[in-house]
Design a protein around this ligand. Structure first.
Ligand code: FES
Length: 280
């Protein structure tokens, strides 16, 4: 008969993510050193995610280890016709999911021009971002562009890896109760955003993680215990062009490093795509 102490609890896994998987493995294997801990964690995450991937919409199946790259490339953001994107033309508080790949070919990132409730650009200040999982902090460099309101974050949820359209930006005009499911925000998320002075949020509809894009995509509500990684952008005021130059914060979900676990981008441009409006 199966020992109930060793039973794998899928509900706990969905709620707590990789932390549950790792604790489960540690309880049943015993004390393990750091190297084996990391190896087992990666293995456990992969097995666990694969087991439930078919049950959860938008869940990311972890990428197979790829070639990786040795340093962050500097790439120009271009539109679908290949023309350089002009920062001053980016709509403010755009609800349409706008993404591009960087620094690897399997990693989508949001491109956001943030505004207030009147759709006026908000200058996004540099800030310290806390990682709830560890209590550590890192520096987020703030917004770029003519109003310093343009930011970019990984579009892969740090809880269990859901991608757009399940995770997306909620502009200020959508910050209310009563939105039709699954695009609904909880009272807890709205309160956390208000307390953080965040006019809008990034919310993952898979299990309700909420991030504050006005303050480095810090965590507003769990179950995620990690903020969204940021992409550092450069703005050239003479051309109005935008460049992605580096990724920072915690490693992207499913990767042990931002430089490994996927294939390189080809060329020195990346295409910014408007996908769908999750509210329509
Ligand atoms: S994957 Fe669970 S909240 Fe996003």
């Amino acid at each position: 008969m199966r020992n109930p102490k060793t039973k794998f609890d899928e509900r706990e896994f969905v709620t707590k993510g990789s932390d549950y998987l790792f604790n489960y493995a540690e309880k049943n294997v015993g004390t393990i050193d750091e190297g084996r801990r990391n190896f087992m964690k990666a293995l456990a995450i992969g097995v666990g995610v694969a087991a439930v991937a078919g049950l959860l919409p938008g869940l990311r199946v972890l990428p197979a280890p790829g070639v990786g790259i040795t340093k962050f490339p500097k790439v120009l953001l271009v539109d679908s016709s290949g023309s350089p994107l002009k920062a001053s033309t980016l709509p403010i508080n755009e609800p349409v999911i706008t993404i591009y790949l960087y620094p690897l070919a399997d990693e989508p990132n949001f491109l956001l021009n943030l505004g207030d409730a009147s759709n006026k650009p908000v200058q996004v200040q540099p800030t310290e971002v806390v990682i709830p999982q560890t209590g550590e902090k890192y520096s987020f460099p703030g917004g770029v562009g003519p109003s310093k309101s343009i930011v970019s974050y990984s579009a892969i949820c740090q809880h269990l890896g859901c991608e757009p359209p399940e995770i997306h930006f909620y502009p200020p005009s959508y910050m209310k109760l009563g939105m039709p499911a699954p695009a609904e925000l909880t009272a807890e998320a709205l309160l956390a955003a208000k307390q953080a002075n965040a006019p809008g949020v990034i919310h993952c509809d898979c299990h309700g993680s909420t991030y504050d894009p006005y303050h480095g995509a810090s965590v507003l509500t769990g179950p995620t215990q990690r903020p969204l990684p940021y992409v550092e952008l450069e703005w050239d005021p003479t051309t109005d062009y935008l460049y992605a130059v580096e990724e920072g914060g915690v490693p992207v979900y499913g990767h042990t490093s931002d430089l490994t676990g996927g294939n390189p981008l080809s060329g020195d441009t990346t295409t910014v795509s408007k996908t769908i409006n999750p509210f329509s």
